[in-house]
Design a binder for this molecule. Structure first.
Ligand code: IMP
Ligand code: MG
Length: 176
């Protein structure tokens, strides 16, 4: 089978939307320091771009989780591969994600981090497959709501590939 990428969201559209999200965050967090907790690896491109447009003091940390193997369907088991390195007690944590699908990963992360007493915790995701939510997820900032296609690019991968595409594409399979 051949992998084909069909462009869904242009690079410029992503950049413009990130600026809008940043403006909203700048308003909401005025006078506060924001602690960006980015979920690796998919959230990296998004957190870098977003953080450049934030005007308040910003700190950044990373954590790594797996819920999908190298396939396209969730394995249902979430593993913490790498925890945050900084304490989040008393901080205004903004969780930065590439995509929310079932919401199970997010549910796991929020539960874990809430026990560490952050001053606040909100979620900012580039993409949201809203129709697929299973867990009760509250998303404060959403870049784009998308249909149920498999998205790659701008950090999102299929079998670790395509993260470096500057746009969001839909992965399709065609007979050779
Ligand atoms: P959830 O726990 O079902 O919400 O799954 C979230 C994780 O699954 C994301 O952080 C991604 O790593 C992965 N994922 C879900 N949908 C897609 C997609 O369309 N493309 C790439 N990865 C995806
Ligand atoms: Mg993710």
């Amino acid at each position: 089978m051949k992998e084909i990428i069909v462009k869904r969201i242009e690079e410029q559209e992503i950049m413009d939307r990130i600026c809008e999200l940043a403006e909203e965050i700048n308003r909401d967090y005025e006078g506060k320091t924001v602690h960006l907790a980015c979920v690796l690896k998919g959230g990296v491109y998004f957190v870098c771009e977003l953080s450049k447009h934030l005007t308040m003091p910003v700190t950044i940390d990373f954590m790594s989780l797996s819920s999908y193997g190298d396939g396209m369907t969730s394995q249902g088991v979430i593993t913490l591969n790498q925890d945050l390195t900084q304490n989040i007690a008393g901080k205004h944590v903004l969780l930065v994600e590439d995509i929310i699908d079932s919401g199970r990963t997010l549910f796991y992360v929020k539960n874990m981090l809430n026990k560490r007493d952050p001053a606040s915790m909100e979620v900012c995701t580039l993409l949201d497959k809203k129709a697929n939510h299973e867990a009760d997820v509250e998303l404060r900032y959403v870049g784009f709501e998308i249909d149920n296609y498999f998205a790659v690019g701008f950090g999102l991968d299929y079998a670790q590939k395509y993260r470096n595409l500057p746009y969001i594409g839909e992965l399709q399979f065609k007979e050779d």
